[in-house]
Write a protein that binds this ligand. Structure first.
Ligand code: FAD
Ligand code: DLZ
Ligand code: SF4
Length: 509
């Protein structure tokens, strides 16, 4: 029998991934490759490249130990063809293979590259998700609007997670209302699990340091797990220490505590070291054992069973142009402060600073600080998208684009969310301690030192009045704006314009 090539990508590190399940261990050759094209399609955070390369190397070793023939290409191998299709071709020449079996990648760019490869590639559905593409499409069919909440309920029914018969456990589908406590610095938290780099990871860190010296972000210290056992240990750590308070403090932000009670497992889920359904089942079991309250377990399970599955469905349903949409016609350049440039806005400095150091920021920092500001300031969503795709350890387009382009920038015109996530400085002040250490005053609505979020919030509503005025969820905001004294409204808009002008001119704002 002629051998086939079995492609395993850097985010497909699951022993039961579709291409491996379809392969013949005795005859086929697994192809894994660290390549320039994947490492540079955006300027990934060095920690992200390190995680992927180290986890790929360990996964290849694991496959070899289990009896697989693995052709693995390291980044600095002089024969490295530099791209996934190039490496497939090279390995086909070596082995005489005439066909490739691959699990469908999580990005249209790479799907197209494989479809156009010089040898036939059979793409299998990636079934490491709770909902198949077919199920999502069937659910979406004929709906005027796609709303996560309804999809999530379907998924609860399908999996039986947190269900008592056909009723949701605790009597409610969604406990979000109980999940909005601001954190205080005396809240006791264990901190995240940290993993000292072993020899494999250490070698990769040295490579990344040499090969990507100018990428935004700190490579060291590196504390991420790089194999399945480590990822499971990180999940155990979260269930024991973070989950009980996850619900209460899900939206909170605190200086000096980037993680609070969050799980830090998105990267492990996204590269295949953790299984989403098993992760939800572990959390459900903790709740059933009395180790976590319902608002925590439901809040957490909703993120994975609801949001994660929903955004993946949207990305593939909407098609290859999704990540490039710009329905609000925003064209301003992403300011330097997103790349660590100086800013007087403490909330942005905190969110960007920890992103640079850790390749991590939690959901509310991404949505209501960096995302909110970019949307209010009218930044080009393509640049915002590339930024999110670059700087986070967990960023893969199928999950990043619906969150960044859709949920956070409303650039999809309302596919992911029914209204834009915008807020003035009040929200940030309520949920964090950032404003106390800021050069601006969150209480000041206009004038010297007024918080830019306060000015830009009204500027955003005013410039998009035609689109949002009739949205019932935004009517109240427009009523408040309209009740404001006309002279004050004019001042707000003038000051917002002046702020944007100064920001775009490169002044430190
Ligand atoms: P927790 O808060 O502990 O949540 C648990 C898990 O739920 C996460 O690990 C993640 O797998 C899942 N989850 C939570 N929220 C979402 C969501 N909105 N969409 C999908 N899954 C979710 N998540 C990514 O995995 N990759 C991305 O590239 C990404 N980009 C984002 C960009 C923006 C602008 C925003 C607003 C959100 C983005 N998210 C992304 C979602 C979310 O911020 C991260 O999943 C989360 O912060 C990861 O940290 P955690 O593991 O500590 O999550
Ligand atoms: C993100 C990434 C990086 C940085 N490097 C590689 C690589 O060298 N080889 C590889 O197989 N995969 C890598 N990846 C993950 C891919 O970019 C990912 O599979 C696609 O973006 C689809 O999700
Ligand atoms: Fe951010 Fe405004 Fe608060 Fe400063 S005052 S931290 S800019 S919300």
């Amino acid at each position: 029998m002629v051998s086939r090539l079995i492609l395993v990508l850097g985010d497909q590190l699951t022993p039961s991934v579709a291409a491996l399940t379809a392969a013949d261990k005795g005859a086929d050759t697994v192809v894994m490759a660290e390549v320039r094209d994947e490492a540079t399609y955006v300027g990934h955070h060095p920690k992200k490249i390190a995680l992927i390369f180290a986890a790929m190397r360990k996964f290849a070793a694991r496959l070899r130990k289990a009896g697989w023939q693995v052709a693995y290409t390291e980044y600095d191998d002089p024969c490295n063809a530099g791209s996934i299709p190039g490496e497939l071709l090279r390995r086909a020449d070596e082995t005489g293979a005439k066909e490739v079996i691959a699990t469908r990648p999580g990005e249209w760019r790479l799907i197209k590259a494989l479809e156009n490869a010089a040898l036939p590639v059979r793409l299998l559905e990636d079934d490491r998700f709770i909902a198949s593409h077919g199920e999502f499409e069937a659910w979406a069919e004929g709906r005027k609007e796609l709303r996560m909440e309804y999809f999530y309920r379907e998924m609860r029914r399908k999996t039986g997670l947190l269900m008592e018969g056909d009723k949701p456990a605790g009597g409610k589908w969604n406990f979000d209302h109980d999940n909005r406590k601001p954190a205080k610095s005396d809240l006791f938290r264990q901190g995240p699990a940290a993993f000292a780099p072993d020899d494999v990871t250490g070698t990769v860190l040295d490579l990344i340091e040499r090969a990507f010296p100018n990428n935004f972000g700190a490579l060291r210290p590196f504390g991420y797990a790089t194999d399945e056992a480590g990822a499971q240990a990180a999940l155990d750590h979260f269930i024991e220490h973070g989950l009980p308070q996850f619900g209460d403090y899900q939206d909170a932000m605190l200086t000096g505590d980037p993680h609070l009670c969050h799980a830090l497992i998105s990267a492990y889920l996204n590269i295949g070291l953790l299984d989403p359904l098993e992760t939800c089942q572990r959390v459900e079991a903790a709740w059933a054992a009395g180790d976590a309250p319902i608002n925590a377990a439901e809040g957490f399970i909703r993120q994975i069973l609801g949001w994660r599955e929903f955004v993946r469905g949207v990305y593939f349903l909407e098609g290859p142009d999704y990540a490039r949409r710009n329905r609000l016609n925003h064209h301003r350049k992403l300011p330097d402060m997103y790349w660590g440039g100086e800013t007087k806005m403490n909330c942005i400095a905190q969110a960007v600073g920890q992103t640079r150091d850790l390749a991590y920021a939690h959901h509310i920092q991404r949505l209501m600080v960096t995302g909110n500001f970019a949307l209010l300031a009218g930044i080009n969503p393509n640049e915002v998208h590339e930024w999110y795709l670059s700087v986070y350890i967990d960023a893969f387009e199928w999950v990043e684009a619906p969150n960044a382009v859709g949920m956070s920038q409303f650039a999809d015109g309302g596919v992911v969310g029914s209204k834009p996530y915008v807020s003035s400085g009040n929200y940030i002040d309520r949920m964090s301690d950032y404003c106390a250490g800021c050069a601006y005053s969150v209480k000041a609505k206009v004038g010297e030192g007024a918080c830019p979020f306060n000015l830009l919030y009204w500027h955003f509503l005013d410039r998009h009045r035609d689109r949002f005025e009739k949205n019932p969820r935004m009517a109240q905001m427009y009523r408040t704006w309209d009740r404001m004294d006309a002279a004050k409204r004019e001042t707000v808009l003038e000051e917002a314009d002046a702020f944007l002008y100064r920001m775009s001119a490169g002044e430190v704002v």
